[in-house]
Design a binder for this molecule. Structure first.
Ligand SMILES: Cc1cc2nc3c(=O)[nH]c(=O)nc-3n(C[C@H](O)[C@H](O)[C@H](O)COP(=O)(O)OP(=O)(O)OC[C@H]3O[C@@H](n4cnc5c(N)ncnc54)[C@H](O)[C@@H]3O)c2cc1C
Length: 200
């Protein structure tokens, strides 16, 4: 919660695996997450045989499940709404789209190999011309995170993107809770959330 008791808000720019993973961890743990996505994810061209725990899945099928999952946990997903600018303000960020203007406490840039918005926001870049982050995925701009292909030269994989998004959201949660945070569930949680639908 912020000082005025508004829920902490996170805007995620880009709804590929990296952005949706950040949104999932955020909403599942009590933050407000809004995702803007142009639906140009590379996953629509991919078929995964290398995502641990899933033998074989089409990229678009993977995305459909991921979208349903973040929606079910309460993310506000604006499919097809392109972000045109991101700027930091005194107490967070302003994000402009083709349709409207939005504000949030945190921003996660997950725009794939398109790094223009991160550049515009003023994030530092590495010598290899990708957004510079550490293992928490926070950029040089405080409370702005970058995840997935936007931070990696060529070493692009869905599993890595998903891990990046989770790391960013957990770091935001750690900041908000004032101590290192993790999102662990146990079988009783599955029964509580999914009831009779839980697999044996
Ligand atoms: C042909 C091909 C095959 C592949 N095969 C595999 C494979 O077998 N296994 C594997 O692990 N990986 C594979 N990949 C790589 C995998 O698809 C990427 O690693 C992954 O999609 C990167 O995720 P991301 O979220 O960083 O970016 P993306 O998936 O590219 O998603 C970025 C999203 O951000 C949106 N966006 C960008 N700018 C804006 C904006 N201004 N406003 C709103 N939305 C915006 C885009 O529309 C897009 O939907 C393959 C890629 C390709 C091209």
């Amino acid at each position: 919660m912020t000082a005025d008791d508004e829920p902490t808000s996170v805007i995620v720019v880009g709804g590929g695996p990296a952005g949706l993973s950040a949104a999932l961890f955020a909403v599942k743990n009590g933050l407000e997450a809004t995702v803007f996505d142009g639906d140009e994810t590379w996953m629509h061209k991919a078929h995964l045989f290398n995502y641990l725990g899933i033998g074989s899945v089409g990229g678009s099928e993977f995305m459909a499940t991921a979208r349903q999952q973040v929606d079910d946990f309460g993310a506000d997903r604006h499919q097809g709404e392109e972000v045109t600018s991101v700027a930091s303000t005194d107490d967070g960020f302003t994000v402009e789209t083709e349709d409207d203007e939005y504000e949030a406490d945190y921003v996660v840039i997950a725009t794939g190999a398109n790094r223009e918005l991160a550049k515009e926001l003023g994030c530092d870049f590495t010598d290899e011309d990708v957004v510079d982050v550490d293992v928490d995925m926070e950029t040089s701009v405080e409370d702005a995170y970058a995840v997935g292909a936007v931070v990696r030269p060529e070493e692009w994989q869905a599993a890595i993107a998903v891990g990046d998004g989770a790391a960013a959201a957990l770091n935001i949660l750690s900041k908000e809770k004032g101590e290192r945070y993790h999102d662990f569930d146990v079988p009783a949680d599955a029964e509580r959330v999914f009831g009779e639908h839980v697999a044996e």
